[in-house]
Design a protein around this ligand. Structure first.
Ligand SMILES: [Zn+2]
Length: 168
């Protein structure tokens, strides 16, 4: 796919957004996004530039936001929308922020979210979908799933299932 850079990526260099997951464009030049299984490594409250304040002419305006850092992504995500807090609670299986560290979640883009009188593509979080073995139907770990898909083009949980699938 053609390598394309969404302008928002240039305008928001310090934080994750829908633009971070762009992998190309469809026939109408709408972005196509990837999904990322991401591991939460840190969560902290930090003072970040406040664009609303800066627009109003307050130089160096800052606001406090909760930032989540993922092992697989190079920038933190600002967690502000209640939707994302709820997504985190569901994905991590607990409402307690301290317990979210080390958990794996699916970071993806919800298209055409209505906000401030306009539509925008928003970064969202949900539970990592359950991966099942194509042969026996058992739940398999995300890493094994990805490796198996890459290697065999199928999700298989074990040597036994590999043989049953006719792959050696
Ligand atoms: Zn299996």
């Amino acid at each position: 796919m053609e390598r394309l850079t969404h302008w928002k990526k240039e305008a928001n260099k310090d934080f994750l957004g829908s633009w971070s997951l762009t992998i190309g464009a469809d026939e109408n030049d709408k972005p196509i996004y990837r999904e990322v299984v991401a591991t939460i490594v840190d969560i902290k409250r930090e003072a970040i530039p406040d664009m609303e304040g800066i627009k109003k002419g307050i130089a160096n305006a800052k606001k406090d936001e909760l930032l989540i850092y993922f092992a697989e992504l190079d920038k933190p995500m600002v967690i502000h929308a209640k939707t994302n807090f709820k997504g985190l609670e569901t994905a991590c299986g607990t409402p307690f922020i301290e317990r979210w560290i080390g958990k794996q979640v699916l970071v993806y883009v919800e298209k055409d979210v209505k906000a401030f009188g306009t539509k925008t593509d928003a970064l969202r979080i949900k539970a990592v979908p359950k991966r099942l073995c194509d042969v026996c139907g058992k739940i398999i770990d995300e890493k094994i799933f990805q490796g198996s898909i890459q290697k065999y083009g199928k999700a298989v949980c074990s040597k036994e299932c590999l043989e049953k699938a006719g792959i050696n």
